[in-house]
Design a binder for this molecule. Structure first.
Ligand code: TXA
Ligand code: MG
Length: 323
C-alpha cells in the first residue's frame, strides 16, 4: 500500500532521490494530483503508463519549475511569450515542437511536447530539488475521475504506487487548459481547463481556435488522445440537466450547483453559493463521493457555458457519456 509523505524537507529530498533513481510517486499540483517521474527517463515513464493503465499512444505533460530549461525541451515561438509571462506558473499547458532530449515515450512518438509550470508551492519545492523535468498524467486509473486530494489517490491508486506526496486539497480542481502552438500563427485549444479561452484571448489580443475533438477509443493518431468521449467517469450512471430538476425515483440522487433546501441522502451540491470557482474545485470530489454510494442513477446540474463553466461542462459530459 502507498505511504503518504508530508511535504517536509526530508521527504522532499527523499522523493527527488526516488525520481532520480527511476521511481514514480503521486504529487500535488494546483489543478489535480499527478502521477510523476523523471521525464527524461524512458523506463520511469513506462512505469507511469503501466500504473495508470494508460495506452502508450496517449502522451504525458512535462512539468517544469523554472523557465531556464524551457528551450532545452521545446521550440517556443515568440507569439507564445505573452501567455507564458501571464499564466506561468499556473494551469496552462502549451504544446510546442519538441527537442531531441525529450524521450519518445513521453510524447507517444509525437514531434510535439506538452509543457506546463504548476504553481502549487509543494510542487515547486519538489521541482527545485530535481535537475530534470517531471512527466505526470493525472493520478487516477485511466478513464476514471481525477484526484484532488491524497485520499482520492490512495483510494484508486494506493496498491499501484509506493508514495503519495501530501499537498492538501487542490485549489483549482480541474485540469489545465491545453493550448497547441504546433501552428505558431494559429494557437488552438485542445482541452478546456483552469484558464478560460476568453482570458487567453484577452492577453493575446486575438482569437483562439477551439478544436471540439471528440474521438472514439479506437481512433488512431489523435491530436489530444485524452479527449475521449467517455472519460473522467464514475461507475455510476450520470445524467445531466439544466433548469428544472427531475423527480427522483428509488436509489436515484441529484447534484445541484449550489446548496438548496435541507441536506438529504439523495440531494448533493457542488458549492454553497454557486460560485463557479468553487464548483470547479469541488467537482471531482463530489463525483468521487457519489460514486461510492452505489446509486442507480445520479442527475447532475450543468453550469452555464461561460468562463471556467465551459471546462466543467466538458468534464461532466464526458463523465456522463455511455461509451
Ligand atoms: O492539470 C493538468 O494538466 C494535470 C496535472 C497533473 O498537471 N495533468 C493532466 O494530465 O491532466 P493528463 O495526462 O491526464 O492529460 C494530459 C492531456 C492528455 O489528453 C494528452 O493526450 C494531452 O494532454 N497531450 C499531452 N501531450 C500532447 C501533445 N504533444 N499533443 C497533444 N496532446 C497532448
Ligand atoms: Mg487525466
Amino acid at each position: 500500500m502507498a505511504q503518504i509523505l508530508q511535504p517536509t524537507r526530508e521527504c522532499l529530498d527523499f522523493l527527488s532521490e526516488v525520481f532520480k533513481r527511476g521511481g514514480i510517486a503521486a504529487i500535488p499540483t494546483e489543478t489535480v494530483y499527478g502521477l510523476a517521474c523523471n521525464a527524461l527517463d524512458p523506463e520511469a515513464v513506462s512505469k507511469v503508463f503501466e500504473a495508470k493503465g494508460r495506452p502508450s499512444t496517449n502522451p504525458l505533460i512535462v512539468h517544469i519549475d523554472s523557465l531556464d530549461d524551457l528551450e532545452s525541451y521545446a521550440v517556443v515561438p515568440t507569439s507564445a511569450q505573452k501567455l507564458i509571462d501571464a499564466f506561468w506558473p499556473g494551469p496552462l499547458t502549451l504544446i510546442f515542437p519538441k527537442t531531441k532530449i525529450v524521450p519518445d515515450t513521453v510524447t507517444a512518438g509525437l514531434d510535439s511536447v506538452a509543457i506546463r509550470m504548476p504553481s502549487h508551492p509543494v510542487f515547486r519545492e519538489l521541482g527545485t530539488r530535481c535537475d530534470f523535468p517531471i512527466a505526470a498524467p493525472s493520478a487516477n486509473p485511466f478513464g476514471y475521475v481525477s484526484p484532488t486530494t491524497s485520499a482520492h489517490v490512495m483510494r484508486t491508486m494506493g496498491t499501484k504506487i509506493d508514495w503519495i506526496l501530501e499537498g492538501g486539497t487542490c485549489t483549482g480542481g480541474i485540469e489545465s487548459t491545453i493550448l497547441s502552438y504546433k501552428n505558431p500563427s494559429q494557437p488552438t485549444i485542445l482541452r478546456h481547463g483552469g484558464i478560460p479561452i476568453e482570458v487567453l484571448e484577452s492577453i493575446l489580443g486575438s482569437k483562439i481556435l477551439s478544436k471540439e475533438v471528440v474521438v472514439e477509443k479506437t481512433d488512431q493518431g489523435l491530436e489530444a488522445p485524452g479527449l475521449l468521449k467517455r472519460h473522467y467517469s464514475p461507475q455510476t450512471r450520470i445524467e445531466l440537466f439544466a433548469g428544472a430538476p427531475p423527480l427522483l425515483l428509488e436509489r436515484e440522487a441529484i447534484v445541484l450547483l449550489q446548496k438548496e433546501g435541507k441536506p438529504s441522502d439523495s440531494v448533493f451540491h457542488f458549492s454553497e453559493h454557486g460560485h463557479i470557482e468553487e464548483i470547479a474545485k469541488n467537482l471531482y470530489r463530489v463525483l468521487q463521493e457519489i460514486d461510492q454510494k452505489q446509486f442507480k442513477r445520479v442527475f447532475i446540474e450543468t453550469p452555464p457555458a461561460e468562463g471556467i463553466g465551459v471546462a466543467i461542462r466538458d468534464r461532466l459530459s464526458r463523465a456522463a457519456a455511455q461509451e
